[in-house]
Design a protein around this ligand. Sequence first.
Ligand SMILES: [Zn+2]
Length: 285
Amino acid sequence: MRNILQAMFGKRSVVVSSPTAVRATLPMFPFAAQPEDAYPGQVSSAEPLQGVCPVCGMPCSFERFTENLRESGFCSSCGSFNRQRQLAHVLRRQCGLRAAGAMVFPQDFVIYNTESNGAMHTQLSVASGYLCSEYFGEEYERGQDVDGRRHEDLQNLSFGDASIDLVLSSDVLEHMPDPYRAHSEIFRVLRPGGRHIFTVPFNAQAAHDDIRAKFVDGQIVYLADKQFHGDPVRPDEGILVWTIFGLEMLVRLADIGFQPFAWNLFQPDEGIVGSYSLVFEARKA
Ligand SMILES: [Zn+2]
């Protein structure tokens, strides 16, 4: 695993001052110029991989990969799919956990997971400092219990300042009108030294974010074709994609005060394959 931004800029810390500056570095950006088939990551759906799952830490096989590589290849032990394992790989690595076995955190370590279902949730829910939520709709109060689950709006969190060590989000930030307000909120609730490890739909060849919808006078205005992603909380309708992120995201994270990092993973022995295994980390110094 290597930090792509370090690959771009050597040992200097992140130097992303503006989208224009980022655009100038695009030819150096390892995942920008890489043709799809240059990666050895294409797997046949008929071929399970063997290895150790970074989510559950167990030896297992990764089965039933489909064309949607990010969301398939299920762990025979915990049911995790590729994208969840990408997040878990970076989490274990950056939080200094062992690569195998259960994830064990210090007693006072506070984790906030922005979803309350799925393989990661199941593994993390035994940790003493574990918090999780869902977004149920604007009619609920932040922090409110909704049928046994906590409601939170990432753009307006109920948590106190500097109260959390680790925030996790996996394809969540694209589903809100103001993702940078959410990043600012996450910055506020993180303790110094804390981190937000996350995935989002990301176009490394785009300098700017692709804003697909926005609020104008309380109404949603669509600037591009409507896209919806599957959502366990809304299985029938799905959830709207407001933003596909570009390199601008890294600049804006730095503007908020984060140190941004980007990891492009390829770990077939952990069930992490494909040409698009990007995990981001926003660190609060
Ligand atoms: Zn597993």
